[in-house]
Ligand binder design. Structure first.
Ligand SMILES: [Zn+2]
Ligand SMILES: [Zn+2]
Ligand SMILES: [Zn+2]
Length: 150
């Protein structure tokens, strides 16, 4: 835990940010779960140990962390924005398969060949067309999972 902690601290400092208590706790929570948590989920976890940290602070902190590039914010269509760390030892770059029925989110890293080719070709053509340097992307596919199909 200590090692990760330092790298956030350094990264935050280099991006001009401060390591405030809510940030620290949010990093800690998001790095210790494979789940995509909503602001309310995070609030619930924090509140048990730090009742002083309010929901507004959490919303604000999450927003800042998204803006300075530490978190991905997702809308999976269930009415709650969800968050995950962009870089974490337990999270590699992955894509999402999202079930519309049970809201299950499947993270996968075992990309198919067609997908890799498509992403590469699309990024290349897009950056040429819009003179835009692409650094990252988010892929999510919506549908019905195996369990819900039965
Ligand atoms: Zn990808
Ligand atoms: Zn499902
Ligand atoms: Zn994910």
């Amino acid at each position: 835990m200590q090692e990760k902690y330092c790298s956030w601290e350094e990264k935050l400092k280099s991006s001009g940010g401060r390591l405030t208590t809510p940030r620290k706790i949010i990093f800690y929570i998001l790095s210790s779960t494979p789940k995509h948590l909503s602001a309310e989920d995070i609030y619930f976890i924090i509140h048990k140990k730090n009742p002083k940290v309010g929901l507004t602070t959490i919303y604000r902190t999450l927003d800042v962390l998204v803006k300075i590039g530490f978190l991905n914010k997702f809308d999976f269509g269930d009415g709650h924005s969800r968050y995950e760390l962009i870089e974490a030892p337990n999270k590699q770059h992955h894509h999402h398969l999202i079930c519309r029925k049970c809201s299950k989110i499947l993270d996968y890293t075992d990309f198919i060949e067609e997908e890799i080719k498509l992403v590469k070709a699309t990024e290349k053509a897009l950056s040429r067309k819009y003179k835009f340097e692409i650094k990252d992307h988010v892929f999510q596919f919506y549908g019905v999972c195996d369990k819900c199909k039965k």
